[in-house]
Design a protein around this ligand. Structure first.
Ligand code: C6P
Length: 412
């Protein structure tokens, strides 16, 4: 990243846009370090949600009245924003879903069940969230395909040499995350994608933890599918997107049947709608899709590279001040990480630490983070995870470190 062009983030100004941060929790100022689970929402997102419900609530793509047209226009504007955000060749290649979980299930149910056969192989990695494991297991039960797993090295990076050995003519699909939610590891997805393409396999990238932090260019990456979740990138819950290459989306059958995904229905036969509507059956989450645009604008106005530089500084600082506390062991020490700090404390259960931090107003996530196989790999039940966003500060990290020292003193 070229530091010369980076702009310093004005944290105070940013924090003004997040009213939720200005509260006391358990008598202490809230420190929100659970951003990998879901980030907070700026006022612009909340206002956009309100504007829709107060001013132009209507169903979309159906009515010809003014409110319906206004709502349809706003809904489609988000699709266009996402198109530019990930550099998709067209807006019709962006399908709205409930989130990353639904995007992956859509692919597993539609693509995998249709195009995979007994003995075919799906490669995932040891760093995957349950959302990128279970849908493939479901597809394998029906197709007879089998799952192969890229092993994880002690620092929390993927064993890419093993990946190269796993790839064969049997590989039909590779599904890995862009960044790990539990450890923060950023995966070498460009290399993973190009290797998969040498055997004609398609590649899905789970971008849940990348949306707010990493540059995403689906054309440069040449990925076949890419998933995003609105709520992890300052947007509302209940909305996500699936990007796909047009020729693949066109040959895939619908995931769900219902209104809007059809051109003509008779009792004998149905013809399906064009992309993206073929995959968007039923009334979608209109308000939240519309408000998601304000979140994308928020990220773009600040500049993703400026956000990433600030978060990188926070991660670096937290790695030093938390990592050096006696009794703390960091889990996941890759060179390339998004702003996730996972750790365990000798002889203290992560859950107890989470509760005691909460009593001090500090919100972290504890447990397996929906990555049980990864925790098993490290032989631990779970970790304490502090994950940072653009509105977090070094002072907050100092408060975390101070609290951890007190908790360790108190419990040992
Ligand atoms: N991880 C976390 O605390 P949904 O819930 O569908 O928006 O996203 C699922 C998901 C898929 N992949 C990755 C890499 C993820 O991090 C998540 C969500 C949250 O880590 C909630 S479990």
């Amino acid at each position: 990243m070229a530091t010369a062009s980076l702009q310093k983030i004005d944290i105070l100004k940013i924090r003004e846009q997040f009213p939720i941060l200005h509260q006391q929790v358990n008598g202490k100022p809230l420190i929100y370090f659970d951003n990998a689970a879901t980030s907070q929402k700026p006022k612009s997102v909340i206002e956009k949600l309100n504007d829709y419900y107060l001013g132009y609530n209507a169903n979309i793509h159906r009515g010809i009245h003014t409110l319906a047209e206004k709502a349809t226009h706003a809904f489609e504007e988000t699709r266009k924003s996402l198109q530019h955000f990930i550099h998709s060749p067209s807006a019709e290649q962006i399908i709205f879903t409930k989130g990353v979980t639904e995007s992956i299930n859509l692919l597993a149910q539609s693509y995998a069940k249709t195009f995979l056969n007994a003995g075919d192989e799906i490669i995932i990695s040891g760093l995957e969230h349950h959302s990128n494991i279970v849908p493939w297991q479901l597809a394998c039960q029906v197709t007879g395909a089998v799952i192969k797993v890229i092993p994880v090295l002690p620092d929390g990076t993927l064993d890419i040499e093993s990946y190269h050995q796993l790839i064969s003519d049997k590989t039909k699909l590779v599904a890995v995350n862009h960044a790990s939610n539990s450890l923060g590891t950023i995966n070498p997805i460009k290399e993973i994608i190009s290797k998969a393409h040498t055997v004609g396999a398609v590649v899905l990238i789970d971008g849940a933890q990348a949306g707010a932090h990493l540059p995403i260019d689906v054309q440069t990456l040449d990925c076949d599918f890419y998933c995003l979740a609105g709520h992890k990138m300052y947007g509302p819950t209940g909305v996500g997107a699936l990007y796909g290459k047009k020729e693949l989306l066109e040959k895939m059958p619908p995931y769900q049947g219902g209104g809007e995904m059809i051109k003509e229905v008779s009792f004998a036969k149905t013809t399906y709608n064009d992309l993206p509507y073929k995959f968007e059956a039923g009334t979608p989450n209109i308000a939240d899709v519309i408000a998601w645009k304000a979140a994308i604008d928020f990220i773009q106005d600040l500049g993703k590279e400026n956000i990433a530089a600030h978060e990188h500084e926070l991660l670096h600082y937290a790695t030093e001040v938390v990592g050096n506390i006696p009794g703390v062991t960091l889990v996941g020490t890759a060179q390339e990480k998004v702003s996730v700090l996972s750790f365990i404390i000798k002889n203290i259960h992560p859950f107890d630490v989470g509760q005691m931090l909460d009593a001090r107003g500090i919100a972290v996530r504890t447990g397996h983070h929906c990555t049980q196989p990864l925790m098993d790999h490290f032989g631990i039940e779970g970790t304490i995870r502090a994950s940072f966003a653009v509105y977090n500060t070094k002072d907050e990290i100092d408060a975390l470190a101070e609290s951890l020292k007190r908790i360790i003193n108190f419990l040992s």
